[in-house]
Design a protein around this ligand. Structure first.
Ligand code: GDP
Length: 293
């Protein structure tokens, strides 16, 4: 097991206890430790640099708060900087008027996209909305069936038809209007890798349903690879945000820290387990606390 960032910082900062103020050398030493811990956590090197610079500018020349030890002061600066890098605040969704609000989900196969579609539907239902799940992933017949079953578990109606993905998405939106559902979640095909055909299909679906939100589902366990995936999709789709899955397996936050800063899009939601309930808005402050440990 790795040490948490806090433990590592405490290791060196413990020695600073009892001092009145942080010297430049103390700050440098702490920053080296932070840098190493972030790189080990598979945080993108550009993000590491910006985080370390942010912590440095907070610490250098800062009056030492009376109530804090030098170590606590450093941890506080790191915590603030992590929150900033993770996007600051949770996303505030706005709903379309007139309804429905259309949400398009894209992502690679295995990212957890299908499960996420159902989790998201359940989440909206719990917020008092009436979502409709639309299965436009016609690549794998099993995917439609999987979503149908998950929709039942989420107690949300499901729509699909064996035509073509663009047609299903368009008809799904119309079905939502007919049924008076105010949120439509469109699940699209995932592929094992980014390819031109996938990008073209998802782009055509996007043009057909004109989504209010396009979210890319990314597996946090892929660490920095999540950044490459997000950049490739963003080039085609103009993402509004990301949904990070499998955060239960990524305590160090490599993917979470990297995607926001590099892609410049917020992490909208986070999935933290296999159950439909293991899902919520992404809270940068909570994630920052978890990374610090
Ligand atoms: P898709 O191919 O992208 O549609 O992926 P699926 O939704 O079928 O999910 C792939 C696997 O990842 C399944 O076994 C899911 O149960 C699992 N999974 C999805 N989200 C999470 C998560 O947040 N945490 C964990 N531990 N597993 C997840």
């Amino acid at each position: 097991m790795f040490d948490t960032l806090s433990e590592r910082l405490e290791g060196i900062l413990g020695r600073l206890r009892g001092r009145g103020r942080l010297s430049a050398a103390d700050v440098d030493q702490a920053l080296r430790e932070i840098r190493a811990a972030l790189l080990e956590a598979d945080v993108h090197v550009r993000v590491v640099r910006s985080l370390v610079d942010g912590v440095r500018s907070q610490l250098v020349g800062e009056e030492l708060a009376r109530s804090l030890s030098p170590g606590q002061q450093v941890v506080r600066a790191v915590h603030r900087e992590l929150i900033r890098a993770l996007g600051g605040e949770s996303l505030r969704l706005t709903y379309a008027s007139p309804p429905p609000t259309v949400i398009l989900l894209a992502g690679l196969q295995g990212s957890g996209k299908t499960t996420t579609a159902a989790k998201l539907a359940r989440w909206f239902r719990q917020q008092g909305h009436q979502p409709l799940l639309v299965g436009a992933d016609l690549q794998r017949p099993a995917a439609v069936e999987q979503l149908r079953i998950l929709a039942e578990q989420a107690q949300v109606p499901f729509f699909s038809q064996p035509t073509d993905p663009v047609q299903v998405a368009r008809a799904g939106r119309q079905e939502a209007e007919r049924l008076g559902r105010d949120v439509v979640i469109v699940d699209t095909a995932g592929r094992l890798a980014i390819d031109a055909e996938l990008m073209d299909e998802v782009r055509r679906i996007s043009e057909a349903v004109d989504p209010h939100y396009t979210f890319l589902v990314v597996d946090a366990m892929t660490g920095q690879d999540a950044v490459g995936t997000a950049e490739a999709f963003h080039a085609t789709l103009t993402l509004d945000g990301l949904i990070l899955t499998k955060l239960d397996g990524d305590a160090r936050g490599g993917a979470a820290l990297s995607v926001k800063e590099v892609v410049g899009k917020p992490i909208a939601f986070a999935a933290t387990g296999e159950r439909l309930a293991d899902f919520d808005l992404f809270h940068p402050d909570r994630m920052a606390s978890r990374i610090l440990g």
